[in-house]
Design a protein around this ligand. Structure first.
Ligand code: PEP
Ligand code: CO
Length: 436
């Protein structure tokens, strides 16, 4: 486990700046004593699913909050988030005929990279908010100080979130007989809710027919499987949750099944070194400035044996850049074992009247281009990575949310998310693209 700490000697980007080192050491040691949040065998199962997707037999749906929040923890939210995820998976899975691999941005997504270290308001300059794991969104000196004790709260919130998600997975919430009940209240009466309802009815009828023939498919276990993910940003936290697998050997970061490095840390030597020591599958955010040389070098480091199931490249180039940059990356990296998925959110963020937003049309346009570029290059378009919420927020423009209405229910702590209706609509549109 000693070599796991080597990142501490390397140049690092986006690291918290804790004023009290002794407190940090105490927190790290407390975390090291805590139970792991996930189990190595589950991580290996996810790898098998990624391999299945690489073989074009599954499609990945990854999504959730940009940043989870300490204040907004609630059982009802987790339940509705899971329902929305299942609903989108029904839509995508029914049109594609493929397994949908469900990976939430949840139970650990508490730390944010920031382009600016400071935020200024009315002449007052304070450190930027970096996610609830590091500091608080409130604008005062105390709230913006980096506090290592927040890692403990992030752990406990992840643990209780995961506990409920596991209960839903294993306790029958994902029973296929219940798919007609996944609609969230505010979606039920809009046209998309009704569209979903008729699809669910059609599937239920098919289920009854199959069961009348003597096959029990209601509790299909792979439909209920759910994995967690977050950006591996705060390495003190990630390192403290690493455990050696007593059964199969090797070190797993047991904070989550899947971890990714973001646009701002793909060049951070410390982050790369840490990720290459763990056996979890890894995501690499691929922005429009990523060169083939840089990405090849990263792949050499993170997956030197070019094994399947290890690497997911999450393309986030924006609707204006993707067709210029992606084709040559795909061409030149054909011999690499990569699952290519698209994050149509982060390259399409704009600011209007001081508020961050994204247009549904830009999101859709990037996805359409992603699918068509992949098709022309003979590469499988293997999934989507979304910032989305089960709540009826007004953060992205499209559908019933207008530019003027953005302020109505703008709740995100960081980037704008698709609301439940927009997410469902996107699932229907992507479902059409996946029809074979
Ligand atoms: C994110 O996923 O919230 C994020 C910050 O993405 P990126 O690193 O791609 O900008
Ligand atoms: Co974000």
């Amino acid at each position: 486990m000693q070599e796991l700490k080597y990142w501490r000697k390397l140049p690092i980007k986006q690291a918290p700046n804790y004023p009290n080192t002794q407190e940090l050491i105490e927190v790290e040691s407390e975390l090291r004593g805590y139970p792991p949040l996930v189990f190595a065998k589950e991580v290996e199962l996810l790898k098998q699913k990624i391999i299945k997707a690489q073989n074009q037999e599954a499609f990945v749906l990854q999504g959730g909050d940009c940043a989870e929040s300490f204040d907004r923890l609630s059982g009802a939210r987790i339940r509705d988030f899971y329902k929305l995820f299942l609903q989108m998976s029904v839509v995508l899975g029914y049109s594609s005929g493929m397994e949908i691999v469900k990976i939430g941005r949840i139970a650990g997504q508490f730390a944010k990279p920031r382009s600016d270290d400071f935020e200024e308001r009315d002449g007052v300059r304070l450190p930027s908010f970096r996610g609830d794991m590091i500091n608080s969104i409130g604008f005062s000196v105390e709230e913006r100080e980096h506090n290592p004790r927040r890692m403990l709260r992030a752990y406990h919130q992840s643990s209780s979130t995961l506990n409920l998600l596991r209960a839903f997975c294993k306790g029958g919430m994902a029973d296929l007989h219940l798919i007609q009940r996944y609609n969230l209240d505010f979606v039920t009466h809009n046209p998309l809710g009704q569209k979903y309802q008729s699809l669910a009815q059609e599937i239920s009828q098919a289920l009854h027919f199959v069961e009348s023939c003597g096959v029990d498919v209601g509790n299909a276990s792979s439909f209920s499987e759910f994995f967690t993910s977050h950006e591996a940003l705060v390495l003190n936290y990630e390192e403290a949750l690493c455990r050696e697998d007593s059964l199969g050997g090797g070190i797993y970061d047991c904070s989550s099944h899947f971890l990714w490095i973001g646009e701002r840390t793909t060049q951070s030597q410390a982050h790369i070194d840490f990720l290459k020591k763990i056996k979890n599958p890894k995501g690499i955010k691929v922005g429009s400035n990523m060169s083939v040389e840089t990405l090849s070098k990263l792949l050499d480091e993170l997956n030197p044996k070019n094994l399947a199931g290890e690497i997911v490249c999450i393309v986030r180039m924006g609707e204006e850049n993707i067709s210029r940059v992606l084709p040559s990356l795909l061409k030149k990296l054909k011999d690499r074992k990569i699952l290519w998925i698209n994050d149509p959110m982060h390259g399409n963020t704009i600011k209007t009247s001081g508020v961050k937003t994204r247009h549904f049309q830009s999101i859709l346009s990037e996805i359409q281009q992603f699918f068509s570029i992949c098709e022309s290059e003979g590469v499988y378009a293997g999934g989507l990575h979304l910032e989305m919420t089960e709540e009826d927020v007004s953060e992205c423009i499209g559908g019933s949310v207008t530019q003027e209405g953005l302020g109505k229910n703008y709740l995100t702590q960081c980037d704008p998310r698709l609301n439940a209706t927009q997410s469902l609509e996107l699932a229907f549109l992507v479902g059409e693209m996946l029809k074979r």
